[in-house]
Design a protein. Structure first.
Length: 123
């Protein structure tokens, strides 16, 4: 399995653990305001990153392409910043709305880069 696939899986499990902790916190405090951040970290962090890792494991030559590593960093940074800032926004820190917007665009750029990787013809 390509190293990048393992990196994706390792990062995905970290996001899953954080997502579970957010869910537990919401349940214990009965405060569900950050539910949107909980959903985003689980879907974009855990599920999507695991799918990216699986795709690259099944297409190891694409994982060797330099764009694949760049895509990992762009997407991971976008998701990490977006989910933290979204959590804070949903819990009352309204000044972070621009950070959520910009990091969402960074995340989207990471998805576009992954699309390029998928549609790129393997050597």
């Amino acid at each position: 399995m390509p190293k990048l696939s393992n990196t994706y899986f390792a990062t995905a499990i970290v996001f899953l653990l954080i997502g579970i902790m957010i869910g537990l916190h919401m349940s214990m405090t009965h405060s569900y305001a950050p539910a949107g951040a909980h959903a985003h970290i689980n879907l974009l962090g855990w599920v999507t990153m695991a799918l990216f890792g699986t795709y690259l494991a099944l297409n190891p030559r694409k994982a060797e392409w330099g764009l694949a590593r760049l895509q990992y960093y762009v997407y991971t940074a976008g998701v990490a910043i977006m989910t933290v800032s979204l959590y804070l926004l949903l819990t009352g820190h309204t000044q972070l709305e621009p950070v959520v917007a910009v990091s969402s665009l960074v995340t989207f750029a990471g998805v576009i880069l992954f699309g390029v990787i998928i549609f790129r013809k393997a050597d």
